[in-house]
Design a protein around this ligand. Structure first.
Ligand code: 8X3
Length: 249
């Protein structure tokens, strides 16, 4: 098997951590399948990379995910990155529709791609699942509510999967980033309100970049097959916990 034949699927590959991961796995020699809803974006990125293809996919649509899986000739690595936050409303007043949407993409979206691709991952004899959770999957913060609950769900899914697959040739890796400044995460959370989105990073000297996180993913994936990085928590130096961030005034 040549290095180029090894295939990595990256969901949420149209921007941010997903796009940066697609780039880095392509540089590492993988054939990369970029999956995301925005076809124009993934097609443009795929055109820049060696051995890359774009596939328009909504991970919350199970029939579409099954059709996607059926279209693949192989899958060695799955990076389940698609996810996101909606709002920072307190539990007392948050919109249940936001909670439902966050559970759909952050938990059921991961479940869908894992279930659909697991047979192919196992068939390679050396498969790797990477789930992008978050530090929100390991502790809470005020206003985090629905996102924290969903990311805890993604963390639990990942831990459970690792237990259940023990003895099979599939590694299960969780990457939990803290504050990452990407083009869209905070903007989506605040529904396009640029000034609220900018405040998330205000005074923080160096939030993580999508490339910083992609490097951790690429590093974990490229360890020898017997080495499973169970959980990698990565934050900027200025962030000591979900609620302690150093801001320069
Ligand atoms: C993003 C980290 O702190 O916004 O997953 O929840 S946080």
């Amino acid at each position: 098997m040549t290095a180029a034949a090894r295939t990595a699927v990256v969901t949420g590959a149209s921007s941010g951590i997903g796009a940066a991961t697609a780039r880095q796995l392509a540089e590492a020699g993988y054939r990369v399948i970029l999956a995301a809803r925005r076809k124009d974006r993934i097609e443009a990125l795929a055109a820049e990379l060696p051995h890359a293809e774009a596939y328009a996919l909504d991970v919350t649509d199970r029939a579409a995910v099954d059709a996607f899986a059926a279209s693949l000739d192989r899958c060695d690595v799955l990076v389940a990155n698609a996810g996101g936050a909606l709002g920072t409303d307190p539990v007392a007043t948050a919109d249940p529709a936001d909670w439902r949407a966050m559970y759909e993409v952050n938990v059921l979206g991961v479940l869908n791609v894992v279930q659909a691709l697991l047979p192919a991952l196992t068939a390679t004899g050396d498969g790797t699942v990477v789930v992008l959770s978050s530090t929100a999957g390991h502790g809470t913060y005020e206003g985090g509510g629905g996102y924290v609950a969903a990311k805890h769900g993604a963390h639990v899914l990942t831990e459970t999967l690792r237990l259940e697959l023990c003895g099979q040739p599939v590694r299960v890796i969780e990457i939990a980033p803290g504050m990452v400044k990407t083009d869209e995460f905070a903007l989506t959370r605040f529904r396009g309100d640029e000034s609220r989105a900018a405040k998330v990073y205000e005074g923080v000297a160096e939030p993580l970049t999508a490339e910083d996180v992609a490097e951790t993913i690429s590093w974990a994936v490229t360890r020898p097959a017997h080495v499973n990085i169970d959980l990698l928590v990565v934050r900027p130096r200025a962030q000591a916990s979900n609620t302690k961030v150093h801001r320069e005034s």
